[in-house]
Design a protein around this ligand. Structure first.
Ligand SMILES: Cc1cc2nc3c(=O)[nH]c(=O)nc-3n(C[C@H](O)[C@H](O)[C@H](O)COP(=O)(O)OP(=O)(O)OC[C@H]3O[C@@H](n4cnc5c(N)ncnc54)[C@H](O)[C@@H]3O)c2cc1C
Length: 232
C-alpha cells in the first residue's frame, strides 16, 4: 500500500484520519459505509493509480462525483472511494458552444462557467448534483422539455476503464454505453466496473436569455438556473 499512497498526488484519507468521518459521508445520511480509503484525486493519473491498485488487490471501488446517489453508489464498504470532488475545471468554447467539464464538477460549477458566455445546457435542478452521475443516469433539468436530457447533449468523454487505461468515448451515449459508462448512476454493479470520467464531458450548451425583470423563483436552490430562462 505504501507504494500506492506515494504515487497519489491528491489526498488519501484512511479510517485513522481526523477527516475520515466527514469524508465518508454522502448526501443520503442513511448510508453508513466505511471504505478502506477515500482517494481525493488530484487528476487523471490518481484515478488510474487507484483503479490499478483496486484491481490488483481485488478491492471494491466506488466513484464519487457529487455524492447525490440515493442508494449510496458513491461509497462502499472495505474498498476504495475514488473521490473526484477536487477535479472540477470547466473550459468553455463559446465559438463552438461546447464545454469540457471535469469529472468531479457539479452543475453549479458548469452553470457558473457557461453563464458568463450566455450559454446553458440541460443539467440538474440543484447546483450540488454531480455532472457525472446525473449525465450517466440520463439527467432531467429545466431545459429538458426543449433540449432533451443531459445525456442527449453529451459529445464525448475521456474515461478510465477497468484496465487502468484512459480512453475517449467519442460520439455520445451510443459509444459511451459501449464502454459501459451509460447507466453508471442506476446500477451498482456497473458503477463498480466503470470508474471515472476524468476530463469529463463535452456539452452542446443552448443559448438563452435571462429575463432579469422577473425575480428568481424561491425554491431555495442556489443555482442561477432558478432565474426565468427564455430560449432564443
Ligand atoms: C438533491 C438532489 C437533486 C437531484 N436533482 C436531479 C435533477 O434535477 N435531475 C436529475 O435527472 N436527477 C436529479 N437527481 C438524481 C441524480 O441525478 C442522481 O442521484 C445522480 O446519480 C447523482 O450524481 P452524483 O455525481 O451527484 O452522485 P454520486 O453519488 O457521486 O454518483 C452517482 C453514480 O454515478 C457515478 N459517477 C459519478 N460521477 C462519475 C464519473 N465522473 N464517472 C463515472 N461515474 C460517475 C457513481 O459511481 C455512482 O454510481 C438529484 C438527486 C439529489 C439527491
Amino acid at each position: 500500500m505504501d507504494d500506492f499512497l506515494g504515487a497519489i498526488e491528491g489526498k488519501v484519507i484512511r479510517p485513522e484520519d481526523a477527516e475520515y468521518e466527514s469524508a465518508r459521508r454522502v448526501y443520503n445520511a442513511d448510508i453508513d459505509r466505511r471504505p478502506l480509503a477515500i482517494i481525493q484525486c488530484a487528476g487523471a493519473a490518481d484515478v488510474v493509480h487507484a483503479v490499478n491498485y483496486a484491481r490488483e488487490n481485488k478491492l471494491p471501488i466506488a466513484v464519487r462525483g457529487g455524492g447525490h446517489s440515493a442508494p449510496g453508489f458513491g461509497t462502499c464498504d472495505g474498498g476504495l472511494v475514488i473521490d473526484l470532488s477536487r477535479i472540477r475545471g470547466v473550459r468553455v468554447d463559446p465559438e463552438h458552444r461546447t464545454a469540457m467539464v471535469e469529472g468531479g464538477c457539479t452543475w453549479g460549477d458548469v452553470d457558473r462557467a457557461t453563464h458568463a458566455f450566455g450559454l446553458a445546457t440541460p443539467g440538474g435542478l440543484i447546483s450540488t448534483t454531480g455532472v457525472g452521475g446525473l449525465t450517466t443516469g440520463g439527467g432531467f433539468g429545466y431545459l429538458s422539455r426543449r433540449y432533451g436530457l443531459a445525456c442527449d447533449n453529451l459529445i464525448s468523454a475521456d474515461i478510465v476503464t477497468a484496465d487502468g487505461k484512459i480512453r475517449t468515448a467519442p460520439s455520445g451515449m451510443r459509444t459511451f454505453s459501449g464502454l459501459s459508462v451509460a447507466g453508471a448512476a442506476t446500477s451498482e454493479s456497473r458503477s463498480r466496473s466503470i470508474f471515472a470520467c476524468t476530463r469529463l464531458l463535452n456539452f452542446t450548451p443552448v443559448p438563452f436569455c435571462i429575463d432579469w425583470s422577473k425575480p428568481p423563483r424561491s425554491c431555495g436552490c442556489s443555482t442561477i438556473l432558478c432565474v426565468t430562462l427564455r430560449a432564443r
